[in-house]
Design a protein around this ligand. Structure first.
Ligand SMILES: Nc1ncnc2c1ncn2[C@@H]1O[C@H](COP(=O)(O)OP(=O)(O)OP(=O)(O)O)[C@@H](O)[C@H]1O
Length: 287
């Protein structure tokens, strides 16, 4: 599986006084198994971009080639595309609608035309992957669950379709710290298990720095940076000018450096900063 996005441009309400150029000439590619983080200020075009990736929006111009097929071309069967590319919207729990968790998670795979036995296997597997106990939860109403549980059921519904590309648009928005960590862990588990391409849209630089292989940085509809976390977060001034910040461990170590402590490096993850502090404290010179 590969995705090649070429010169993608999208304009909302084109020709109207309030028209908005949400994407302008965006070009990038994603390959098998990559974990791609998408960051950018509010209104920079992140959601618009990911809605193009599964054909939900049509661009004004540009192409999106998914394993050799241009999904923006007329005549493409969108059902085939959505089978391969699953999109978890912001606050996906608002889209739960069935009487039971089981029926809700089964909805997508049944819609793909899979037989009931296969759907049943997939529902169990998807609930397991999102860390929910099938026996305990499958007959419950999704509306009686906690916020974090509802979110996981909604994500399980997309995972049960076994998409080769899984897009998550701010999947931890509005969750408390524990549920936030649980959802991230769940995404890591799914990625390790399914080996799919993941696109994660997030305002949380710590999460993106920790999880992504590659980062796309959007600014006012343009893709302004595209690289590894190390490459992207080495451009602090540009990020700051766009209203973005470094991950917290990097900020902390920068403060320590400003106080004269010898911490050179990018320190994108807590573990990196922890190790540097440990090595520093171990040194005799500090005693
Ligand atoms: N349905 C719509 N109709 C008109 N304009 C829209 C629509 N959806 C988004 N826009 C505009 O397109 C631009 C990009 O919006 P988009 O939602 O893609 O940004 P975003 O980066 O996902 O923002 P956020 O971080 O707040 O979710 C914004 O200027 C927004 O106001």
């Amino acid at each position: 599986m590969s995705i090649q996005v070429n010169n993608l441009t999208h304009i909302y309400s084109e020709g109207m006084p309030h028209q908005s150029v949400a994407l302008e000439d965006v070009t990038f590619s994603a390959d098998d198994g990559q974990f791609i983080g998408i960051i950018g200020h509010t209104g920079s075009g992140k959601s618009t971009l990911v809605q193009h990736l599964n054909g939900l929006l049509k661009p004004k111009s540009g192409t999106i080639v998914v394993s050799g097929t241009d999904i923006t071309a007329s005549g493409v069967v969108m059902r085939d595309i959505r089978r391969k590319i699953g999109l978890v919207f912001q606050y996906p729990e608002y889209q739960l609608f069935e009487e039971t968790v089981e029926k809700d998670v089964a909805f997508g795979p049944l819609n793909l035309g899979l037989d009931e036995a296969e759907v049943s296997v997939r529902v169990r597997e998807a609930l397991d992957l999102v860390g929910l106990d099938y026996e305990e939860i499958h007959e419950r109403s999704p509306f009686d669950l906690s916020g974090g549980q509802k979110r996981r059921v909604a994500i399980a519904g997309v995972i049960a379709m076994k998409p080769e590309v899984l897009i998550l648009d701010e999947p931890t928005a509005g969750l408390d710290p524990k549920a936030h960590q649980d959802v991230l862990k769940m995404i890591e588990t799914v990625h390790a298990h399914e080996k799919n391409i993941i696109f994660l849209v997030s305002h949380n630089m710590n999460d993106i720095a920790r999880m992504a292989d590659k980062i796309l940085v959007m600014d006012s509809g343009k893709l302004v940076m595209h690289g590894t976390p190390e490459e992207v977060f080495s451009r602090e001034e540009e990020l700051t000018s766009m209203g973005l910040a470094l991950p917290e461990p990097a900020q902390l170590m920068k403060l320590a450096r400003q106080k004269g402590l010898p911490f050179d490096g990018s320190f994108l993850r807590v573990e990196d900063a922890e190790e540097a502090l440990y090595q520093f404290l171990k040194k005799d010179s500090f005693k």
